[in-house]
Design a protein around this ligand. Structure first.
Ligand SMILES: C[S@@+](CC[C@H](N)C(=O)[O-])C[C@H]1O[C@@H](n2cnc3c(N)ncnc32)[C@H](O)[C@@H]1O
Length: 223
């Protein structure tokens, strides 16, 4: 591995806590990956969801140990891996075969390959083959999510949740309309936005850096 402190040879059997040295004699200590590290260390394909939005998805849907989650598109796989780390078993569809392959490698890196089944394919074409009422939560991060939301009442258990993330308002509106049409309950959308705070010698205030909009999160429930 190339670093700005020299080349680091990382053995296959490396363990957290091990000390390694670059060819220039610079010391590194091995640490176990934690959730937010997935965002920085997974190989990137589809734009990964940021940690705060993952927190919202998990918080709003109550994803917990033992839950079965249907997810699309896998993309980089940060959301899928984070849900698996929270204890869910995840079936995640990715229509781009190369992205799907990278996502499988990312699941290995994240230690959740057993809990995330990355399937190559378009979820819209696969929904009819999935067992009815076999998922607790449906998470969608695709521009065509509205086409899948239509099937949510068939896919979800009674009381299950849908969470749709979209950077754009047009696809968000389509999702809301599809959710209402499908008779899902408590359909609500919130913009996900955060202001970073600055603390310096002159005083404390919100950062003047660009507004932190990342997307719109729509939540609905199958009741
Ligand atoms: C924004 S990325 C998802 C990122 C992911 N949530 C994460 O945290 O890494 C969207 C992905 O969805 C895939 N995609 C779009 N529509 C799809 C569909 N109908 N079925 C399966 N994958 C789809 C795209 O190829 C892309 O990789």
């Amino acid at each position: 591995m190339g670093t700005d402190l020299g080349v680091l040879a990382v053995p296959d059997d490396v363990e957290p806590g091990d000390d390694l040295e670059t060819h220039l004699g610079e010391a590194f200590t091995v640490r176990r990956l934690r959730g937010p590290d997935l965002f920085h260390h997974f190989e990137r394909t589809g734009a990964p969801m940021v940690p705060r939005d993952i927190g919202l998805v998990i918080g709003e849907t109550g994803i917990a140990r033992g839950d079965r989650v249907l997810d699309a598109g896998t993309g980089t796989g940060v959301l899928a891996a984070s849900m698996a780390r929270a204890g869910a078993s995840v079936v995640s569809y990715e229509r781009d075969p190369e992205f799907a392959e990278v996502a499988r490698e990312n699941m290995e890196l994240g230690g959740v390959a057993d809990a995330v089944d990355v399937r190559t394919g378009d979820l819209r074409e696969a929904v009819d083959d999935l067992e009815p009422s076999s998922f607790d939560v449906l998470t969608l991060d695709t521009g065509d999510a509205a086409d899948v939301v239509t099937h949510a009442p068939d896919l979800l258990v009674d009381g299950g949740f849908v969470a749709v993330y979209s950077p754009f308002i047009e696809s968000t509106r389509a999702v809301v309309e599809a959710a209402r049409e499908a008779d899902l309950s408590n359909v609500r959308t919130r913009e996900t936005i955060q202001r970073e705070m600055q603390f310096d010698d002159r005083g404390s205030r919100p950062s003047t850096a660009p507004v932190g909009h990342t997307g719109y999160l729509t939540i609905a429930r199958n009741v």
